[in-house]
Ligand binder design. Sequence first.
Ligand SMILES: [Zn+2]
Length: 83
Amino acid sequence: MARSYEYVCPECGNVVEREYRVPSVVRACENDCGFDHYVRTDLLEKVESVPEADRPDDWDDLGNEEKVYVALKKGVISLPDLQ
Ligand SMILES: [Zn+2]
């Protein structure tokens, strides 16, 4: 059985599965969110583990991809995670 990966809509939390592993998938959401970057769920989980002290003041306003970038800079996500 092929391994699949889950990607989540940043707007509504809709989840889709794909058989390939990439950081994010750009697709039109079924729930009228428009074209969005669905982010791989395990990346999002790591993003949530960025310590409060390492989060910028505008953390809550950042998009998922910006959060991934912060997590990368803080060492919570490593480059192999993005493959
Ligand atoms: Zn959506």
